[in-house]
Design a protein around this ligand. Sequence first.
Ligand code: SAH
Ligand code: SF4
Length: 382
Amino acid sequence: MTTNLLDLDLEGMAAFCEQLGQKRFRATQLFRWIHQKGASDFEQMTDLAKALREKLAVSARITGPKVVSRHESTDGTIKWLFDVGAGDVIETVFIPESDRGTLCISSQAGCAVGCRFCSTGHQGFSRNLTTGEIISQLWFAEHFLRKHLGRDERVISNVVMMGMGEPLQNYSQLLPALKVMLDDHGYGLSRRRVTVSTSGVVPMIDRLARDCPVALAVSLHAPQDALRSDLVPLNKKYPIAELLEACTRYQSAAPRDFITFEYCMLDGVNDQPEHARQLVALMKTHAANGLSCKFNLIPFNPFPASGLVRSQMPQVMAFARILMDAGIVTTVRKTRGDDIDAACGQLAGDVQDRTGVDQRMAAQRQGMLGGIKVVVLSKDAA
Ligand code: SAH
Ligand code: SF4
């Protein structure tokens, strides 16, 4: 069995080169060919001796993801579906903005956490992705986009682990992938431009703080345990107080950074002024211990099996206002890629449930108040 070089971080690549009887610095050369130039064939690597290229051709490969489809939204968002075998499909989404290009990456096929408002959660867990399957989403998208957009320089400036799956329940495969993202010989992204989003796997938040303190987003969704346990079942294992203590510890490893709390706005469930006031009180308590945070309110993207409804925009704004008046930086997430079903929590839903697509899209359109679909709030802008 040949080694897929996309499975290796620089350290792994160096070890692989040694096995081949090569000097470790060859790893840097290989890394740059693969990640910076997008090479998928050893013959392209013209600064490597022919004998080495032949050796590599029999012992290694560079196998990227198998594309099922590509959808482009009118707003420039691009969504790919990748076949990862045995009927599993994962999704990757590129979101262009004026000052950045963000890639949303999947970490698992399905998810075991089972959040009520998430279509991936409703699908259940299939399997962990390998390091190669995680990093190759970036490898593929970056080099595809350079060609597609006719650009020589880097297109993707930010990565968010917010696709399918709970990244911190696939830690051993995630960590080398993060290292490749940050490596100067890989993608050279600064750790503030790589975000791991988690539903709150407390011990792994501590591990990440030690191993690779990238930006952390925590999916909070409720100000008290009973409600959060109902929405995010993992809360029964790691309740809010423990989670926020882990966030505070995380910040000592990543000083000057904020923790971003994501909060999916569900009509009549967690979107009342009372919930916002409870959040303010909660954050005040933990701020005293050193936690600094911002909030990202996500209008719920409905899907039929959830039985939940997107909060009305005035409700979202009133909620944001309470947080902002208490001095908490708050943004309301823009809805992107609506027309291609690329929004949060809908990932790969259309493969598993083709029949639901039209219904879902109709529901989303109804959910958009009077055509208001892009709202960004911050203390400065408000
Ligand atoms: N498992 C990780 C990362 C993937 S989910 C986590 O839960 O953080 C990425 C984000 O999308 C999370 O904040 C999640 O709460 C949100 N999300 C999931 N389903 C959604 C939906 N239907 N509408 C809006 N946001 C959703
Ligand atoms: Fe899993 Fe995140 Fe979806 Fe919850 S929101 S089911 S943790 S992917």
